[in-house]
Design a protein around this ligand. Structure first.
Ligand code: XMP
Length: 321
C-alpha cells in the first residue's frame, strides 16, 4: 500500500491542518469543490478544513439517503450552519431504495450504495455546480480493510483502481487518508468542532443499511432506526466505542396478547475498541440489558426477540454486513 500512515504520536495537529488547508486551496484553485457531510467525525473534519480553505467555493451537501438515524440530517445541517458552513440537504431517498431493491448480499448492497452516492448523486451535484472536485473523509483504516478484502468500504475508489474522473466526472480529494480515527478526532478538535462531533461514536458510510440483514426497504430501515434510537439512549453513558442495533432476516415465534406472533429479532452490539481493528463486547450490567429488551420489544412493532452479541472482533466485525 503506498499511502503512509501518520500515527497519532507523530501528528502535529496544527501544522497538519495548515498543510491540508493550503493543499486543498492549491488543488481546487479558483474552481468549486463539493463536499458530502454526514456528521461523522471524518466528514465533519473535512468539511471544516475545506471551509477554511475554500470559503464560498465549497458547496457542502448532506445526502438524505433514507438510511440515516432519526432527525440526523436536520440536526447536523443546523449545527454546521451555526459554525458558518452552509449545508444543503439533498433528498435522495428514492434513488437509494430503488438501487437496494431485491439486494440481499452484503457486498451487493454496498456496491449499490457506492453507485448511487458516487455516480448518481455526486455525479449530478458536480455537474449542477460545475465543480471538478469531491472532498471526502476517507481514513487509513477504510483503505486498509478494503485492500485486505475484509469489507469494501463504500468510500474506497482509487485504491480499487477506479478512475473517478473517467467514471464519475470528478476528482476526489481525501485529506485525512493517512490518519486513523483517533488522530482525526484530534484534528476535529483543533479545527474548533464541538465535542459532540469530535467525540462522536463511529457510524458507517452505508448507514443503517449496514445494520439490516437481508433486503433494505424503507419499512425495515424504520424498524432498525427505532431500535437504534433506543440503544443509543440507553448506552450513550457507557463510554463504549460504538453501540448499535441490527435487524435480522429470520423470524422467531413469540407471544403477544396471548397469541402466537411470528416476529422480528433485533441484535444489540456494544463494543470496546481503540481503532475498530479489533474489539470486544462491553460487559454490560444485566439490568441495562433487560431494559433494552423491554424497550425494544415494547416500543418497536413486531419485535419479539432481543439478543446481545458476546462475540469479539475477530471473528465478528463491528457492523453486520
Ligand atoms: P467493521 O464492521 O468492518 O467496521 O468491523 C469497522 C469500523 O468501520 C465502520 N464501518 C464503515 N465505515 N463505511 C464506513 O465509512 C463502511 O462501509 C463501513 N463499514 C463499517 C464501522 O462502523 C466500524 O466503526
Amino acid at each position: 500500500m503506498e499511502i503512509q500512515e501518520i500515527a497519532i504520536e507523530d501528528l502535529d495537529t496544527k501544522s497538519f491542518t495548515e498543510e491540508k488547508i493550503s493543499e486543498i486551496s492549491t488543488t481546487v484553485g479558483d474552481g468549486l469543490a463539493i463536499n458530502a457531510l454526514s456528521g461523522g467525525v471524518d466528514s465533519s473534519a473535512v468539511t471544516m478544513l475545506a471551509h477554511k480553505a475554500l470559503g464560498n467555493r465549497l458547496k457542502t451537501f448532506f445526502i438524505e439517503s433514507g438510511l440515516m438515524r432519526e432527525g440526523e440530517p436536520q440536526r447536523i445541517a443546523t449545527l454546521f450552519r451555526g459554525l458558518g458552513v452552509s449545508v444543503e440537504i439533498v433528498d435522495a431517498k428514492n434513488q437509494f431504495f430503488d438501487a437496494l431493491k431485491g439486494a440481499t448480499d452484503p457486498e451487493e448492497k454496498r456496491e449499490a450504495i457506492t453507485q448511487v452516492f458516487y455516480k448518481e448523486v455526486f455525479g449530478q451535484l458536480v455537474k449542477q455546480n460545475n465543480a471538478k472536485y469531491l472532498l471526502q473523509g476517507t481514513n487509513y483504516t477504510d483503505v486498509e480493510e478494503t485492500v485486505a478484502g475484509i469489507k469494501r468500504q463504500h468510500n474506497i475508489l482509487e485504491q480499487l483502481g477506479i478512475d473517478t474522473e473517467e467514471q464519475y466526472g470528478y476528482k476526489v480529494i481525501e485529506p485525512l487518508i493517512q490518519l486513523r480515527k483517533s488522530a482525526i478526532r484530534e484534528i476535529a478538535k483543533t479545527l474548533g468542532l464541538p465535542e459532540e462531533i469530535y467525540n462522536r461514536p463511529p457510524f458507517p458510510g452505508p448507514a443503517l443499511a449496514a445494520r439490516v440483514i437481508g433486503e433494505v426497504t424503507p419499512e425495515r430501515v424504520e424498524i432498525v432506526r427505532g431500535a437504534t434510537k433506543i440503544v443509543e439512549e440507553e448506552l450513550s453513558n457507557t463510554g463504549a466505542f460504538q453501540y448499535l442495533a441490527i435487524l435480522h432476516e429470520d423470524r422467531v415465534t413469540g407471544i403477544r396478547a396471548g397469541k402466537r406472533d411470528y416476529g422480528l429479532q433485533i441484535e444489540v452490539r456494544c463494543w470496546e475498541s481503540k481503532d475498530a481493528k479489533t474489539g470486544s463486547p462491553t460487559t454490560l450490567p444485566y439490568d441495562v440489558l433487560e431494559k433494552l429488551a423491554e424497550r425494544v420489544t415494547g416500543e418497536i412493532d413486531g419485535v419479539v426477540s432481543v439478543t446481545y452479541s458476546i462475540t469479539k472482533k475477530p471473528p465478528s466485525t463491528i457492523e453486520a454486513i
